[in-house]
Write a protein that binds this ligand. Structure first.
Ligand code: NAD
Length: 270
């Protein structure tokens, strides 16, 4: 009689949960918000995670919560705007996890301000963290990705502000549009090695980044009203599409951006 295989158990999920490989993933900005939710979603399917943040306590808390899923989790204080430390930090992450076959760039700042207010400091900080770091980290990934194998993949976090303009977010819009350009360019380079590179474009997500905007009376209500799904998203509603893009379920998806905004940009410009 042919035996029916057991359903995947949590213990075996590390190599075969929804196509998720068992290799380690580096998540920048993993101390909060979408980065933390992504690290947890990956740990849930058995992937080891390296969490980088400038917030040491936040990174360590995420790592501790990931370890509860039985995976290796490595927390490190890394300022992604400091290109000089990236190479050694990538090596340390790969060593700590045993393999590095995924990368999610979730570190980010809003750099809020109209063009009237903007100065070099805000511009450089926003562009360096949101955009330059994505490329500077990816340039160090080819070696560990080759070692990890053909399922390796990158997801960069852009935004609906990478697709449309927003008067209050001049530097942010520049950085998030730039992320999509970098993603498309890297997709071509990484494809030469069998690796994939994609981006997600979230709409409004309930994280500390949006707290100043939500303090403006009526802002959240207006946003929810204009969104077809009539609400903003939770961080894990962004994390799960990211996990999908890192998995073999998305094996022919590269050079693409996935908008995750409750339908907002399908019906209106922002
Ligand atoms: P968040 O503020 O909760 O998390 C951002 C994290 O990045 C923080 O832990 C912060 O300490 C870290 N960080 C900031 N500068 C850093 C640096 N130089 N080096 C390392 N880490 C640094 O915000 P979030 O909402 O989770 O944002 C995550 C990403 O998602 C960002 O790129 C953001 O632009 C993007 N995004 C957010 C929303 C939203 O509505 N929250 C919407 C679209 C896109």
């Amino acid at each position: 009689m042919t035996s029916i295989p057991d359903a995947p158990s949590a213990a075996r999920s590390s190599s075969n949960h929804l196509g998720s490989p068992g290799t380690g993933v580096l998540v920048t900005g993993g101390g909060s918000g979408i980065g933390r939710a992504t690290a947890l979603a990956l740990a849930e399917v058995g992937r080891p995670v390296a969490i980088w943040d400038i917030d040491a306590a936040g990174a360590e808390e995420t790592a501790a919560r990931c370890r509860a899923f039985g995976v290796t989790a490595h927390a490190a204080v890394v300022d992604v705007a400091d290109s000089s430390v990236i190479g050694s930090a990538v090596t340390a992450a790969a060593d700590a996890l045993g393999s590095l076959g995924g990368f999610v760039h979730a570190a980010g700042v809003s750099g809020a301000g109209t063009v009237d207010d903007i100065d070099d400091v805000v511009w450089d900080e926003t562009l360096n963290i949101n955009l330059r770091a994505a490329a500077m980290i990816c340039r160090h990934l080819l070696v560990p990705f080759r070692e990890a194998g053909p399922g390796s993949a990158v997801v960069l976090i852009s935004s609906i502000e990478g697709l449309f303009g927003s008067v209050m977010l001049t530097a942010y819009c520049a950085s998030k549009g730039g992320v999509l350009g970098v993603m498309r360019s890297l997709a071509q380079r990484f494809a030469m090695e069998g690796f994939r590179v994609n981006a997600v474009c979230p709409g409004a997500v309930a994280t500390p980044m949006l707290e100043p905007a939500f303090a403006i009376p009526g802002f959240r209500e207006q946003l929810e009203e204009r969104t077809p799904l009539q609400r903003i998203s939770t961080p894990d509603e962004i994390a799960r599409p990211i996990r999908f893009l890192l998995s073999s379920e998305a094996s022919f998806v590269t050079g693409a951006h996935l908008t995750v905004d409750g339908g907002l940009t399908a019906v209106t410009a922002i």
